[in-house]
Ligand binder design. Sequence first.
Ligand code: EPZ
Length: 424
Amino acid sequence: MDKLRMVGGSPLQGEVIIAGAKNAALPILCACLLTDQTITLRNVPDLQDVRTMLKLLQEIGVEVRFPDAADRSYVALNAGNIKSSEATYEMVKTMRASILVLGPLLARMHSAKVSLPGGCAIGARPVDQHIKGLKAMGATIKIEGGYIQAETPSPQNRLKGASILTDMITVTGTENLLMAASLANGTTILENAAREPEVGDLAELLVKMGAKITGIGTDRLVIEGVDKLHGAEHSVIPDRIEAGTFLCAVAAAGGEILVKHCRPGTLDAVIVKLQEAGLKMEVGSDWIKASMSGRPKAVSFRTSEYPAFPTDMQAQLMAVNAIASGNATITETIFENRFMHVQELNRLGADIAIEGNTAIAQGVEALSGAIVMATDLRASASLVIAGLAAQGETQVDRIYHLDRGYDRMEQKLTLLGANIVRVK
Ligand code: EPZ
């Protein structure tokens, strides 16, 4: 298993180009299942999770092409000859986002068999709201042998529009139901819909494909189902979490960086908190110049649904708080077990205590390098950030977690002057 080895202490300098958003690309790739025409995508990030999703789609029968062999961010997909509407346990167990084929397959093929995603390190992460919404649209759903078996109501063979209010705000739940509703017979109203920018990006693509959706960006989406959707071209929005991760890296390690090809308007909550921590930022239309000198100030925060502070940035800002002056209270309200980076940060000399869904970080003067283990995607980013700030050498094991959501993180950090290498 690959490891990352770094020697902390050098400030970051230079430019970093942000890739397309993982959590927009994953539902957007699945949207190709809704039509027999070609969907052409740009700015698709070259990540393990994206490669896994492309493999899953190919196994379902989607033709995946890279029109320019040298450019993995430019992908053409055609689901004209779907041969199976099943996502097996083998495929789904490596990536929970595989659940995103359920809605489109059911809407297009009128049946779908998708393995229930197992638990995950950060929480139980059930999919009951996805199922509740599809049932409201008339689907019959059986859970058997670890699989979700869904059928549309015969003889119309189509889902029907429905009013759906999810019990909690769910990002992929909203995305699954949005895709299913776009081909349903009648109008669907999704109340309590997720407002994450990645949901909006999917909706923009669906509209380009001929879907009739209003309320994009709000918590109430109204979808008037159509009989067919057609092909489209789309460029995936920049990854706000990757951008936020690099902002936390410079806040912890010091220096000055220019974050390019990002969308600052999707990062307001993160920018506000990092300003409180002492990061100086100049914000442009698609760039952020960030500089940090001296020690960051502790900043308390609580995660919540968009537009509030994102749970996917919690571990990264905690790493900044680990070496900040003062104490910070960090409350995680979305997932029940998203503090596994705490004990690893403490191995680096941090002083963080957990009380239920709150962590109390007492900032220390300096961290000292050690061997630590990544446990999930954003935890691994947090450990890399801490390693960049720590004195001496840090080794982060199991960085396959990192590779799921970051495109060549160590190469981008090396270009910023960090002393970091991947060890096979
Ligand atoms: C998406 O996961 C993201 N993944 C996650 O990013 C992100 O952390 C999460 O949204 C929250 O923003 C993708 O978009 C591929 P949820 P998702 O459904 O959709 C509960 C990363 O690091 N819930 O919004 O699975 C659930 O247990 C990943 O890139 C139900 O109870 O998250 C959680 O507590 C990690 N029943 C809360 O709601 C359901 O049917 C929010 O989950 C659905 C969700």
